[in-house]
Design a protein around this ligand. Structure first.
Ligand code: PMP
Length: 425
């Protein structure tokens, strides 16, 4: 029996952010850790999954699980329909237009590796990147949007230039202007910095780079749950995000962008499902999106990710954004009052996370003391080591918020940090 595979997003908002009704959708949150109700504040790393997404996964696995595309039997066709319906839902979720194509990957990391490698791998005659070309990467990036570019630069002979943030961790358009040159081929940038919470003026930075003839790549991993930019309205050729950071399953993500940009990418997963004709001595690749989706994809993941997109629409992106911004503001205010605590990017308002260091107290010790009170935060370099070095910092403690977090949880966080700093003094 066919499951319903809606390709449209959900109807009007019904679940208020922070409400008990919304929280009830997330079994993960209903737990007690070390005798205290779990306050899950590690959403920048991974978000919790609502029942709706679990139901979609279970329905697919129970009734439609089969391999896609290759089968004539009914289940294979249902699974193919589910997969393509998920693609259509996500295409809509990112505000793509007819010129955009969407490819499923395992996550942001794979998407960005596919871009950086794919631009180079065609060989010197076809590659977008050649010796002497320039790649600009912002200094706010997660390692997933830096290391692939370091490798592509090494392999192609291109030069990697860093758009350096100022001492507060802000990016400036004038600095990009100064870096752009006729040899600039790529700008790779985040929509929201995972280590500090900085929200760069990415629309303008992308526009400037596009005008200079560069290919523009946006890492939307941290924006996906509440602030996904509308692709058709920004100068972005390729955009990447992960399912698990927007209440979807792990191991699924997206690379979406202009068809012309995706066509430049040499496929990296060669094998089944991505070919039109194969001979002993060569092959013609299939059209997009299949060309970049070699092998059996994570069909259940795609179905679950589409369900997560519908969930976000149901709650309402603007409502989620307002909610997480307010929680971040409350946390910044509370933490800044604790003696010896310094909040990073304290100026940032459009952010869902707060990252801080304490004069006394290593982040790992602070994180452990918070855990003892049932509060989950992340500590370390947040996979952005060059940025932390540039800011003159070591590791930090990071609390990050989602639609289900509450003002009470922020109060608990602030009280627990004050206590930890006191204990560690
Ligand atoms: N970019 C950013 C900004 C991130 O925050 C993360 C995850 N922390 C990634 C990329 C990598 O995402 P994933 O591990 O899902 O591939």
């Amino acid at each position: 029996m066919r499951l319903e595979s809606p390709t449209t997003l959900a109807p009007p908002p019904t679940l208020a952010p922070g409400s008990a009704t919304l929280r009830a959708q997330f079994p993960l949150l209903q737990q007690v850790i070390h005798g205290a109700p779990l306050a899950y504040l590690d959403n920048a790393a991974t978000t919790a999954m609502p029942l709706e997404v679990m139901d979609a996964l279970q329905a697919f696995e129970t009734r439609h699980r089969a391999n896609i595309h290759r089968g004539v039997h009914s289940l294979s066709q249902y699974a193919t329909d589910d997969y393509e319906a998920a693609r259509a839902t996500l295409h809509q979720f990112v505000g793509a237009s007819a010129e955009h194509e969407l490819v499923f990957t395992s996550g942001t990391t794979e998407s960005l590796n596919l871009v950086a490698q794919g631009l180079w791998a065609g060989g010197p005659d076809q590659a977008w990147l050649r010796a002497g070309d320039e790649i600009i990467v912002s200094g706010l990036e997660h390692h997933a949007n830096l290391l692939p570019w370091q490798q592509a630069a090494r392999q192609s002979g291109a030069v990697l230039r860093i758009l350096r943030p100022d001492a507060q961790g802000r990016l400036h358009v004038a600095d990009l202007q100064a870096l752009l040159s006729p040899r600039t081929r790529v700008l790779a940038l985040t929509a929201s910095a995972n280590a500090t919470g900085e929200r760069p003026p990415f629309e303008e930075l992308l526009r400037m780079a596009a005008q200079a003839g560069a290919l523009t790549v946006l890492d939307a991993a941290q924006a996906a749950a509440y602030a996904m930019p509308a692709l058709a309205h920004i100068d972005c050729d390729l955009l990447a995000f992960s399912g698990h950071k927007m209440h979807g399953p792990m191991g699924i993500g997206v690379l979406v962008g202009r068809r012309s940009a995706l066509e430049r990418l040499e496929p990296l997963r060669l094998g089944g499902d991505m070919v039109a004709q194969v001979r002993w001595d060569g092959a013609d690749y299939a059209e997009l999106p299949a060309r970049l989706e070699g092998g059996t994809p994570n069909v259940a993941g795609a179905v679950g990710l589409a369900a997560a997109a519908r969930f976000i629409e149901q709650v309402g992106r603007d409502a989620i954004a307002a909610h997480v911004h307010a929680l971040r503001a409350q946390a910044v205010q509370g933490l800044a009052r604790i003696p010896g605590v310094r909040v990073l990017a304290a100026h940032a308002t459009q952010s869902a996370l707060v990252s801080f260091v304490a004069e006394q107290g290593h982040p790992h010790d602070i994180g452990t003391l918070l855990d003892a009170r049932g509060i989950a935060v992340r500590t370390g370099h947040h996979c952005a080591q060059p940025l932390m070095d540039h800011l003159g910092l070591g590791p930090s403690t990071r609390a990050s918020f989602a639609a289900y977090n509450t003002s009470d949880e922020v109060e608990r966080l602030v009280a627990a940090v004050a206590h930890a700093v006191e204990v560690l003094r």
